[in-house]
Ligand binder design. Structure first.
Ligand SMILES: [Zn+2]
Length: 94
């Protein structure tokens, strides 16, 4: 259900969750119970969660200034080829 903005003549702006069908109906102010008319506002794009906001910012930065690798990263040390479990027989090695 979307959030719509309304303006109370006494208290100012307030927001209300409403169905789309009732979006143009006047709404009662939660503070003084006066009827307030719907106020047009911009979409609530700033209400992204912090993690989504960081992801969107990082995606924008990555598209404009991608990180470039200038050297090959060091390889990880190979793990031991032998098993530590004595129950397994030794496998033939090439
Ligand atoms: Zn009010």
């Amino acid at each position: 259900m979307p959030t719509y903005s309304y303006t109370c003549p006494r208290c100012g702006d307030f927001e209300l969750l409403r169905t789309i069908a009732r979006r143009t109906d006047p709404a009662h102010c939660p503070d003084c119970d006066c009827l307030g008319a719907r106020a047009l506002s911009s979409p609530h794009l700033s209400r992204l969660s912090p993690s989504l906001d960081r992801a969107a910012t990082q995606a924008g930065l990555s598209s404009e200034t991608p990180q470039v690798t200038r050297h090959i990263p060091a390889m990880a040390q190979p793990t031991s080829a032998t098993t530590q479990r004595p129950g397994f027989p030794a496998l033939p090695r090439p």
